[in-house]
Design a protein around this ligand. Structure first.
Ligand SMILES: Cc1cc2nc3c(=O)[nH]c(=O)nc-3n(C[C@H](O)[C@H](O)[C@H](O)COP(=O)(O)OP(=O)(O)OC[C@H]3O[C@@H](n4cnc5c(N)ncnc54)[C@H](O)[C@@H]3O)c2cc1C
Length: 486
């Protein structure tokens, strides 16, 4: 039987839960969240690798309406974040609105009944408004490497950790040196016999200012939420300070670079390894990483840095692009990132002409106010084009987008309309302004190749190229003038 709702949300990560909670708090009579997995949590349900933690302090990387006095430390481990999200779903009575094990297969706008028709693995849903909150780091990127599929040992992606694969005394290869790899490598090097890290390009790594919260501090946060809020504000503004560097302001670039290179120098003894770990592009161009444990791993004799990409696999022998071979490898861990610039969900969303969002985005993702798309009526995209941040919390961005949606729904109701669509001219003006803001930033001028930039157009499509507070200023309020309503 078809299920009919007013609002259908795809995904139960921070995006889906954030909007679901607001709809619930406002007594919205009819909404559902569909989730392909059997639990909430999104990225924090899927990424269970050893050492997984957030990179933005937890007192900020959490909902403003559900601050948590019990974070165990500055950067909470993944399981703590997942439990926090489960609590959010439970405490907001959201579980009754979530259909688990329900994957969106296709969503098609029907201009006759002016409704979205959503085919899922559990049947058809009909909704007036479709909200994708399917994540931009939700679908793993699997590299196409010669011989990899014939590898005889265990091989898995960092976001699909294989708990049955015991790495004790094994020879383990890690492909990648990004945000996940730098958390995994120190952990597995504690138990593996040998670790080889295939590094296509070196990362800038700065110290991680982590510390445990004492019971006394937690009690204080519980009794005086204002203290927790003050900490949250301090973390937010410290993050905003770091954005100035991304604008390529020389004083700030030099300061950040010195911090990272001093960190490397103080942590790695061998000058040859240090050189291999030194990036050849501007700091901030790729994601700036934070770790106190990654670099020292390379001081150990059983950890080897291969400063080139994995080129091919023959049996249990791995070859770097440099030609160096590594024999008798038992396990390969692919810390190779996600399908970020071309999100898979966009291939499944169609307008009434039968064109997919992915086809419309053939030069790169774009949206009006970073949330709605011309030609796709009654669609909101949470955490889609230009919503990523290199310097602050994505949950802050998600909350701004949730406010936008709530306001849009209210506006449409007040005007007694049922359909909205972003004007082409509004979207184009918005995107042109974004591109102007992106010019000269380290992401475009920093001399690196990163997933923040769509290689088809050279445009910055993933990151918001300004301070986080300016995202809220620009995109936290529904702009009626940018839309046609009917
Ligand atoms: C390891 C890791 C660490 C991170 N650390 C930080 C950090 O410290 N700070 C920060 O700001 N950001 C961080 N991020 C970025 C993170 O993606 C966001 O902060 C946030 O979790 C995104 O929430 P979301 O709801 O948009 O997406 P997700 O959490 O990815 O959730 C998307 C959900 O949609 C579901 N879904 C997808 N497609 C379908 C479909 N077709 N049908 C049904 N369901 C579907 C997925 O199963 C998933 O549950 C990190 C990401 C990763 C992977």
């Amino acid at each position: 039987m078809n299920k009919e709702v007013d609002v259908l949300i795809v995904g139960s990560g921070f995006g889906g839960l954030g909007l679901g909670a607001k709809l619930k708090q406002n007594n919205h009579p009819s909404f559902v969240i569909i989730e392909r997995a059997n639990d909430v949590g999104g990225a924090w349900r899927d990424n269970t690798y050893p050492g997984v933690e957030c990179d933005v302090p937890s007192h900020l990387y959490s909902f403003s309406w559900k601050m948590n006095p019990n974070w165990s430390k500055t950067f909470a481990p993944g399981d703590e974040i997942l439990n926090y999200m489960r609590d959010c779903a439970k405490d907001e009575n959201l579980l009754e609105n979530i259909d688990f094990n329900t994957e969106m297969l296709t969503s098609t706008w029907n201009s006759k009944d002016k409704l979205w028709h959503i085919e899922t693995t559990q049947g058809l849903y009909i909704a007036r408004y479709l909200v994708t909150a399917a994540g931009h780091l939700a679908d793993e990127h699997l590299p196409n490497i010669e011989g990899l599929k014939d590898f005889k040992g265990d091989c898995f992606h960092s976001a699909r950790w294989n708990n049955d694969a015991d790495l004790t005394n094994k020879r383990v290869a890690i492909v990648g040196s990004g945000a996940s790899a730098i958390q995994i490598v120190p952990e597995i090097s504690k138990i593996a016999k040998e670790v080889v890290v295939f590094q296509r390009s070196a990362a800038y790594v700065v110290p991680r200012p982590d510390s445990i919260y004492t019971e006394q501090q937690k009690r204080l946060f519980k009794r005086m939420p204002s203290e927790m809020n003050k900490l949250r504000q301090d973390i937010f503004w410290a993050g905003e300070y770091n954005f100035i560097q991304r604008r390529n302001v020389p004083k700030f670039v030099n300061e950040a670079k010195k911090t990272a290179l001093d960190h490397l120098e103080s942590q790695v003894e061998d000058p040859d390894i240090r050189e291999k770990l030194t990036p050849d592009y501007e700091i901030g161009c790729k994601r700036l990483l934070i770790s106190n444990h990654y670099f020292p791993t390379f001081n150990q004799p059983h950890v080897c840095l291969e400063a080139s990409a994995l080129h091919k696999v023959e049996g249990n022998t791995l070859f770097g692009k440099s030609g160096v071979r590594y024999e008798d490898i038992d396990t390969i861990i692919l810390a190779t990132g996600f399908e970020a610039t071309q999100p898979p969900f966009a291939k499944r969303v169609f307008n009434d002409q039968g064109h997919s969002l992915d086809a419309q985005w053939d030069k790169g993702m774009q949206a009006y106010d970073a949330i709605t798309v011309h030609n796709f009526p009654n669609l909101f995209v949470i955490n889609g084009p230009n919503t990523g941040l290199g310097h602050n919390s994505v949950v802050y961005i998600i909350e701004a987008q949730v406010d936008y949606i709530m306001e849009a729904l209210e506006h449409i109701k007040i005007e007694n309309k049922t359909v909205f669509e972003a004007k082409k001219s509004s979207e184009e003006q918005f995107v042109t302004r974004l591109q102007q803001m992106s010019e000269g930033t380290v992401w475009l001028a920093g001399g690196c190749k990163s997933w923040y930039v769509d290689q088809r157009s050279g445009n910055l499509t993933l990151v918001w190229p300004d301070f986080a507070y300016s995202f809220r200023d620009n995109n936290g309020t529904f702009h009626r003038e940018g839309y046609d309503l009917s």
